[in-house]
Write a protein that binds this ligand. Sequence first.
Ligand code: PLP
Length: 382
Amino acid sequence: MESRYLMTTYGRPGPALVRGQGAYAWDADGKEYLDFITGLGVLALGHCHPAVVEAVCRQAGEMIHCSNLFHIENQARLAQALAEGTGMARAFFCNSGAEANEAAIKLARKHAGAGRFRVISALNSFHGRTLATLAATGQTAHQAGFEPMPDGFDHVPFNDLAALEAAAGPQTCAVLLEPVQGEGGINPADPAYLAGVRQLCDRRGLVLIFDEVQCGLGRTGKLLAAEHFGVRPDIVTLAKALGGGFPIGAILATEQVAATFKPGDHASTFGGNPLACAAALVTLRVLQDGVVEHAARMGEYFRRGLAELAGRRRQVVQVRGLGLMLAAELDRPGQAVVDACRDRGLLINCTAQRVLRFLPPLIIGEAEVGRALSVLDEVLAE
Ligand code: PLP
């Protein structure tokens, strides 16, 4: 039915997953998988966390949607929780990471005023698949066939402050960066680089946008990855993990930048509806109730295991990442390893051709990490 009725945008060699619990998922034939993809970094609390299930079911019975024409209590509560948790001032809610980045670009352009519209982002970045976020994405492979890209996007090598400084011109309004590049191969920023970018933005009056769609919300062992670097962005974008599996995205901004948006400037029919915000409120509460710290500890544990494995298996050329956003770069394409792991009941993903990407649920335990490492070891030994 898929091959007959769906557009063929996804290559799907994998099984049909029909049930999930915690770090595990089961396919339609009852086969069990340890899930180190978690819906591409979405299921921070694992599959079907009981608190998320309870909150979604309860809210679904009260009110699913009402539109932003009306006050939405859950939305205000979620904005408050995000502001208090991150130190940012105000939120706008949408439905996905790409939409969050679109909103951030619009906010930065309006904030800068007429004539300043260019956004600088990094090579190897990934910011989404809508036309503007695709133009911001620093990978021409994703853009091929969809040209011309919207005007106003410049790309510079990641972690190269001089290149960024040279690219910033009179029309530049913002710098858009992932503190840890995800899809581009799990590349953390250098702390000195991000500090330098902040100073550059302050000197030139540029808005600094951090895309934390993948690296935010505890994934790196801090609520925002920015905390690792001691750098505060003017806008941060979130999605993926925010709703515990329910679609919701957000931008958070400082008071000064947020004040640019006036009624009618930006909107979303579904953005921040009561059901999405109920899912996000409970997800955030559980994350802040010790899960983020747990992720930091488990990230260290997993990383040590991967480093030991790299010492034994010469195909692994580098282990890198932050918290539970980890990668093992191979000296060869990684898809065969991904397929063999899946056959043995471990779901992992490969990005940038040779980079095995690990995004386990943040509630993962040592036993599961150990199991994943031994499957990986077996597969690499073969
Ligand atoms: N930004 C980053 C850093 C991402 O990793 C992604 C998705 O992988 C996006 C934006 C786009 O998010 P979405 O697929 O929800 O539009």
